[in-house]
Design a protein around this ligand. Sequence first.
Ligand SMILES: Cc1ncc(C[n+]2csc(CCOP(=O)(O)OP(=O)(O)O)c2C)c(N)n1
Ligand SMILES: [Mg+2]
Length: 1107
Amino acid sequence: MHRAHTAFSLALSPMAHRNFATWLLKSGTSQKLAKATAAAAVRTYNSAAAEPFANGSTATYVEEMYNAWLRDPASVHTSWDAYFRSNTYTSPPNLAPVQANTLPLTAFNLGGGAVAGAAPDSKTIDDHLAVQAIIRSYQIRGHNIAHLDPLEINSPELPGNSSTKTIYANFSFEPSEQDMERQFKLPSTTFIGGDEASLPLKEILNRLENVYCNKIGVEFMFINSLEQCNWIRKHFETPGVLNFSPEEKRLILARLTRATGFEAFLAKKYSSEKRFGLEGCEIMIPALKEIIDVSTELGVESVIMGMPHRGRLNTLANVCRKPLNQIFTQFAGLEAADDGSGDVKYHLGTYIERLNRVTNKNIRLAVVANPSHLEAVDPVVQGKTRAEQFYRGDQEGKKVMSILIHGDAAFCGQGVVYETMHLSDLPDYTTHGTIHVVANNQIGFTTDPRFSRSSPYCTDVARVVNAPIFHVNADDPEAVMHVCKVAAEWRATFHKDCVIDLVGYRRNGHNEIDEPMFTQPLMYQKIRKHKNCLDLYADKLIAEGTVTGEEVKSVAAKYENICEEAFALAKTETHVKYKDWLDSPWSGFFEGKDPLKVAPTGVKEETLIHIGNRFSMPPPNAAEFVIHKGLMRVLAARKNMVDEKVTDWALGEAMAFGSLLKEGIHVRLSGQDVERGTFSHRHHVLHHQLVDKATYNSLQHMYPDQAPYSVSNSSLSEYAVLGFEHGYSMTNPNALVLWEAQFGDFSNTAQSIIDQFISSGQSKWVRQSGLVMLLPHGMEGMGPEHSSCRVERFLQMSSDDPDYFPPESDEFAVRQLHDINWIVANCTTPANLFHILRRQIALPFRKPLILCTPKSLLRHPEAKSPFSEMSEGSEFQRIIPDNGPAGQNPGSVKKVVFCSGRVYYDLTKMRAEKQLESDVAILRVEQISPFPFDLVKEQANLYKNAELVWAQEEHKNQGSWTYVQPRFLTALNHSRDVSQSDEPMSFSKTTTNTTTTTTDHTNNESASETESKPWLSRMFASNKSDGSTDGGPATGDFNAAKHFDLKNVRHDFNRPAGNAAAPGARISKTGRKISYTGRAASASTATGSKAQHIRELNALLNDAIST
Ligand SMILES: Cc1ncc(C[n+]2csc(CCOP(=O)(O)OP(=O)(O)O)c2C)c(N)n1
Ligand SMILES: [Mg+2]
């Protein structure tokens, strides 16, 4: 096993070294002793191991002395006696109570000249200190030489290629036979004695060797809590902890048989299919089952798991007990019977409720669907777990827990692991302990650990949160089961993370088709000769008489039969159903709902007044609760607004939250500094100026029977926190979950979550989410950073077809929302913010909302809304029309400026300065995606004679332009000429509004017939030179050679999209077009200096407004 860049050296301080020297450093080469001292050795790369002996965590040694001195001052060396008498030493507050079995040193016949009952001589004391040092060294460093690697591959960087040799080189000593027989008093920091207070040295070394240097390597002495360290010592050191009953052994064997049999069965039936098998680490399946069994026994009812590709199918089959036929069907390449583009089989999630046969308790198991992006699922699982704990009122995580499974390379390589770990103890993000299982096959694709990490172990990241790490040889099933049991008990006791490092190997290549000998020839020569874990364990159990060879065979045959039956059943299936693979079913949410009916979002005025008043009130005990004077002014200003029945941004947001809370909708807002708000506008949490941690959150006190409101400043991570909130939002549709970026541009560090989960979760995994991303956005002369949330990137991922005008009907808006993957909006009024947030819940389905939010508008005097725009009868406005002189007399308007976001206020100001209110209309596109084709058409028709422009402050290659341009054209012309080979944006079946024919798009002709054909086949099949079409080959039968005829390929396929002015542009029926005004294209998001910004802004405003 690779424990990278290891070099052993003596770790003891000079003082400790002297203690060793006086007694231990004698000649000889006893294997046992050499190993014992190995535990005192340390790798220079291990920070904990490099601690000076009497410092930090080694202080327990001094405590031991102190305890002894308290009981009997004469029992310690005179120098210690003098030291303790001087009162310089203070015992730590968490000093462990002295163990029941500890006795004063004087009680022992210590040999070496000491007489029982008499004060021991200094040699005796030194000898005892040396033994204590050895015990401690085993505890700290035993894992360095434990037999963790089933392949026994030593790191080539170890001098002499063997840790033992290295140790021999550094220490040549051996106590005499007589010394080995001497009794030594055991300190309170070891449990190896069981009921014994002292043991002969020989036995001490034996036991330590077994506990710390055998098949388990425990890394825990870096943990700051003495209580936790003692707990771990007890669970590994107590004699007999590794004894298993015959029944337990048979259960392990049966589980291992299934895990191994499953992979073998797949290998037999689908030999050329990738499945990312678990061979070499099959023990992971019994390991997970053991964790679940013990946790269930301890009260857990629901386990949420996140895992990568490796062993995923096996986990679904043998841990979750997902019906085998459903798994086998995934190999058949069948069409889906339901919505969703689907995903490869080793990414799909699942959710199962079943009886745990071992504990006889019901349990829910979910495996969260995960993308290929390794570890990206970690925070999602944590968010989902937290949400489930929240909805169950499980405040301590006793009922719901998460298990995260990792690959060794990914665990140390992916930064999101660290980011997720750092959520583990935060009050609003903790899941009260996660068990991490690393399927450590000592390789990542084709890369050896020595080239993929700089830390000794792949698990070192866990040390940052004081998580104990249990390394274990995956070829020793009983050692693995013990470690799993301890991990589950640890989690139930301390509610903190821990890690199980299952050190195995990978029997095949990265997948079953890969050739591993290309890159790891020596490792694979060893693997080829290595017996699998099941055979090794079966041999052991047969040899010790626990099972017979016949029994072993019959268990295997029985499981193979089960597989065969399921295989036969799978063959009868004609379709796969993605709904079978949902990880977060929302039972009852969709049933009985009209999928196109949106509940009203306006609320009674009295509700607005009530919320407004509460939100502007200091705490009820205001006299005692000292609020900052500046905040008193903020509250007073809020109160004024309520009295005047207007709202600013913060109040509008609070109205949305408050009214949803009133309706029983849980609201959770999370992100960096969200409590106050980055721009100091929100102030949801008021802080007592004189009392630490005394806070008041008025939104939690709106109504006595309201839903809970949670607002929490997060750790400074976008990737993990956004993933977490996405996971949270998956759990319950009746909650408004919002994540706010500090500035919109920071969201790109969470790009994997955006790309792999938020934009595509529904089409891949039939999973909906109503998550809101609040992204501060606006070019305000603050330089290239902090300006843009890169709205163009979100828009590029929107799945509405630029060339398709959906059929107009009363349900136009909701149908569009239903069909799209997410909503992108940039609101300019608090009222619209209020409505769009409430609409997230009013919709009969859930869609993520990407909301550009303002900065300067938070305090802009015009960016206010009257209550009337939020009260009953009002609703979200996808486009805000011009209600001024231009709007009242549209026929004489010369120019219509369409825009989105805060630039609207600059445009109106410029228009007023130029006194063009009657000549220029300014329209705000508030919902950018799905594009409001119907309203754009309506407004354009209203201003029949006007020139149309799109004005944006973002650069031309950024902002909304590239998204809106082709859609404007479709809306304006309400028709288009289109070649038959044009394709819809998305091939997901959720995009039911696609069309591919030459017909006018105003009719609602479904493309159901052509939709199911591969787009390439349609493209080539439809364009024969003689003008005929052959309809294309049947799905799945596409023959590129037959159809790939260059003569038939349309050469203008990559033409500039939809710009009527550009050469090759589409011919429109009406000929109306829209042109661009704004900044030129740029590589950067904003201009660097304020002066340049103002110059550019003025130019664009002039350009936009001039007629
Ligand atoms: C973020 C990310 N980068 C790269 C990959 C490509 N990739 C897939 S598996 C793999 C190796 C993973 O090694 P390890 O974590 O040890 O898991 P193993 O396959 O060995 O079980 C890589 C690099 C990926 N899936 N995700
Ligand atoms: Mg690996």
